[in-house]
Design a protein around this ligand. Structure first.
Ligand code: NAD
Ligand code: DAU
Length: 342
C-alpha cells in the first residue's frame, strides 16, 4: 500500500492488517506533513505489517522495494490531497500524483510481465468530475472536468491508470470517492479544522456563502468499499463511492458546534462562525451515484452522518495529544498564509 501513514491509508491499514493475517502489507510512505506513523501504533508489531520510507517518485527505490518483497499488488493512496495547498503550490501535486502514479504503473507493468499476476488499485476522488449544479449525480461515465490543480493531477493519474489497462492489459481497478471524515484526518480539512478551532476558541472560517455541498462518507465505510473493490472489483472498472449524504458546509460547521456544546458545555460555539473569502475555482456541489458498487459488490454506507460526526468529534476530543502534535510551526505558518487577511 502507498500512502499508508495518511488519513485514509492509516484507517485502511488498521482495518486490513488484522483482517488478513495471511497477507504481507508493506506501507510505502515518504512521511510528508500529512503522514504520521503514530496512527499505526496498534498494528506496528503485527508480523504481516512493515513500513518503508520511500518517495513513490523514486523509481530505483520503488523497484528495489517491489523486488525485495515480491510485490503482487498495489493499493495506491499516496498523494498530495489538499485542494487549498494545490492552489498555492501545484508543483508537488503534479510530481506525486502524476509522476508518482506513472512510476508505480511502470513498475507494476514490469512485474506483471514477469509474473503474469498483478493488481493495481488506484484510489481517486470525485473531484475529477468537476462541479454539479443543484441537481444530478456523478456516475462512472460523467465527463472529466477538474477545476483545481489537485483534481487535475488526480484526473491525469486516473487517465494513466486506464491507459495501462487498455494498452498493456494491466489488471487495474479505480475508485472515485467523495469527501471522507473520521479519525486521523489532518486539521487542514474542513471537519478537523473546525473541531480544532472551536476547541481553541478561534474563528471558524467558512469559505464564501457556505452553501457549497459535499457528499460526506465516514472513513470506515470507504475502507470497507476499498477492501471489496480490491478483492472483487472487475478488472478495468471504475467504482464511484459516496455516502448519499449531501450537506452544505455551513450546516456541518453548525452541527459540529452543537455537538461540541453538548459534550463540553460553555458558550454556544456558533458565534465563532466567520464567513471568509471564497476558495478560487471552488466547486459548488458534489454528489455521487454509488449504484454501480452497490449493485455489483453489495456495498452501501453503514454510518449515518449524525453517528459518524459524533464519533469523529469524540475521537478528536479524546485524542487532544494527536491534534496538538499536528499543530507544529509548519502548520501555524500554513494557517497564517491561508487564513490571515482572508
Ligand atoms: P493524506 O494527505 O492524509 O495522506 C497522504 C499520504 O501520502 C501521507 O501519508 C503522505 O506522507 C503520503 N505521500 C504523499 N506524497 C508521497 C510521496 N511522494 N511518496 C510517498 N508517500 C507520499 O491523504 P488522504 O486523505 O488519506 O487521501 C488518500 C488518497 O485518497 C489520496 O489519493 C486522495 O486523493 C484520495 N481521496 C481522498 C479523499 C478524502 O476525502 N480525504 C476522498 C477521495 C479520495
Ligand atoms: O471530494 C473528495 C475530496 O474531498 C478529496 O479528493 C480531497 O483529497 C479532500 O481534501 C476533499 O476535498 P475538499 O476540498 O472538498 O475538502 P476540504 O475539507 O478542504 O473542504 C470541504 C469544503 O469545506 C469545501 O467546500 C471547502 C470548505 N472549507 C474548507 C476549509 C478547509 C471551508 O469552508 N473552510 C475551510 O477552512
Amino acid at each position: 500500500m502507498t500512502g499508508g501513514a495518511g488519513f485514509i491509508g492509516s484507517n485502511l491499514l488498521l482495518y486490513l492488517v488484522p483482517k488478513y493475517p495471511g497477507y504481507l502489507f508493506i506501507n510505502v510512505d515518504c512521511l510528508t506533513y500529512a503522514g504520521n506513523l503514530a496512527n499505526l501504533k496498534p498494528i506496528e508489531d503485527y508480523p504481516n505489517y512493515t513500513f518503508e520510507k520511500i518517495n513513490i517518485c523514486n523509481l530505483l527505490a520503488m523497484q528495489d522495494c517491489f523486488a525485495r518483497y515480491d510485490v503482487n499488488s498495489v493499493i495506491h493512496l499516496a498523494a498530495e490531497s489538499h485542494v487549498d495547498r494545490s492552489i498555492t503550490g501545484p508543483a508537488e501535486f503534479i510530481q506525486t500524483n502524476v509522476i508518482g502514479t506513472f512510476t508505480l504503473l511502470e513498475l507494476a507493468r514490469q512485474r506483471a510481465a514477469q509474473t503474469g499476476d498483478f493488481r493495481f488499485h488506484h484510489v481517486s476522488t470525485d473531484e475529477v468530475y468537476g462541479s454539479l449544479s443543484a441537481s444530478g449525480f456523478f456516475t462512472e461515465s460523467s465527463p472529466y472536468r477538474p477545476n483545481s490543480p489537485y483534481s487535475a493531477s488526480k484526473a491525469s493519474s486516473d487517465h494513466l491508470v486506464r491507459t495501462y489497462h487498455n494498452t498493456y492489459g494491466l489488471d487495474v481497478v479505480t475508485t472515485n470517492c467523495s469527501n471522507n471524515y473520521g479519525p486521523y484526518q489532518f486539521p487542514e480539512k474542513l471537519i478537523p479544522l473546525m473541531i480544532r478551532n472551536a476547541t481553541a476558541g478561534l474563528p471558524l472560517p467558512v469559505y464564501g456563502d457556505g452553501k457549497h455541498v459535499r457528499d460526506w462518507l465516514y472513513v470506515e465505510d470507504h475502507c470497507r468499499a476499498l477492501d471489496l473493490v480490491f478483492h472483487s472489483g472487475s478488472s478495468g472498472q471504475t467504482y464511484n463511492i459516496g455516502g448519499h449524504n449531501e450537506i452544505e458546509n455551513v450546516k456541518i460547521v453548525r452541527k459540529i458546534c452543537r455537538i461540541m456544546d453538548e459534550m463540553l458545555g460553555g458558550e454556544p460555539r456558533e458565534r465563532l462562525i466567520t464567513f471568509v473569502t471564497d476558495r478560487p475555482g471552488h466547486d459548488r456541489r458534489y454528489a455521487i451515484d454509488a449504484s454501480h458498487i452497490q449493485e455489483e459488490l453489495g456495498w452501501k454506507p453503514s454510518f449515518t452522518f449524525e453517528e459518524g460526526l459524533r464519533r469523529t468529534v469524540k475521537w478528536y476530543l479524546d485524542n487532544e495529544d494527536w491534534m496538538e502534535n499536528c499543530i507544529t510551526g509548519q502548520y501555524l505558518q500554513y494557517y497564517e498564509k491561508m487564513y490571515s487577511n482572508r
